[in-house]
Design a protein around this ligand. Structure first.
Ligand code: KIV
Length: 272
């Protein structure tokens, strides 16, 4: 059996090493086998099978629609395509809030589907389960700031921690997640200055999305950074490729060549 290091994993320990060495961590969401195969050949550190799969792949309006079955299916597909990457699986809405044993069962499903760690949102009410999971060998990534599973409570996709009081609460929550055993923390949509303060206060690395440049790493949604969707363009997003344009150019070329008989050519045909 190949050791974890030989397979080229970013090991769990590398998250801390990277923070200690001031090397930034890159994370990209991934939901399917084809994309995972492509990402496996890149130098990205870590893949997140985020519950944003409910939106990007299944077309729901928010992540509340994600289920453990959905997350397990996509985690398994990503793991088959990118077994050389460190894969974080998102525990979906309420899957870690019903009972202690059902929370453990949900984490077990994702780990056995191929995740190397799980991520869950928020601190209040989660510390006991995080402690138990980490003591049971399951690495847990925290997630604070804009926690999309609480969208109905937050009143929309809004930047969090803008007042002194809410910034203080977020800082305390970050320290509590670290004390409970989280190995890293996603900070989503918080002012850059607050993200910097939290990043400096924590020993564990922070990975930001809409949290400015001072976090120990950055994460973006695959479809967003590749320009595969053109409707959602938040301030924090940088689009690296005009993916949707390339996609439709390719499709239109195929359709035109079929119509005018240019495809298939000899090279695409079997000989008897
Ligand atoms: O579900 C997700 O994709 C996430 C990222 C946006 C951090 O949690």
């Amino acid at each position: 059996m190949l050791s974890i290091a030989k397979r080229g994993y970013m090991n769990i320990l590398d998250f801390q090493n990277k923070k200690n060495n001031q090397e930034k961590i890159s994370m990209i969401t991934c939901y399917d086998y084809t994309s995972a195969c492509m990402l496996a050949k890149t130098s990205v550190d870590c893949l997140l099978v985020g519950d944003t799969v409910a939106m990007t792949i299944h077309g729901f309006k928010d992540t509340v629609a994600a289920t453990i079955d959905m997350m397990a299916l996509h985690t398994a597909a990503v793991s088959r395509g990118a077994g050389n990457k460190f894969i974080v699986g998102d525990l979906p809405f309420l899957s870690y809030r019903k009972s202690f044993s059902s929370s453990i069962a949900a984490a077990q499903v994702l780990m056995q589907a191929g995740a190397n760690a799980i991520k869950l949102e928020g601190a209040a009410g989660n510390l006991k389960i995080i402690r138990h999971l980490t003591e049971s060998g399951v690495p847990v990534m925290g997630h604070l700031g804009l926690t999309p599973q609480s969208i109905h409570l937050l009143g929309g996709f809004k930047v969090q921690g803008k007042t002194n009081e809410s910034a203080q609460r977020l800082q305390e929550a970050a320290l509590a997640l670290q004390a409970a055993g989280c190995f890293a923390l996603v900070l989503e949509c918080v002012p850059s200055q607050l993200a910097e303060k939290i990043t400096k206060a924590l020993v564990i690395p922070t990975i930001g999305i809409g949290a400015g440049p001072a976090t120990d790493g950055q994460v973006l949604v695959y479809q967003d950074l590749l320009g595969l969707q053109t409707e959602f363009k938040p301030k924090f997003l940088k689009v690296y490729v005009e993916g949707a344009k390339h996609f439709s150019n390719g499709i239109e070329s195929f359709v035109n060549e079929v119509k005018n008989g240019e495809f298939p050519q000899d090279e695409h045909c079997y000989k008897s």
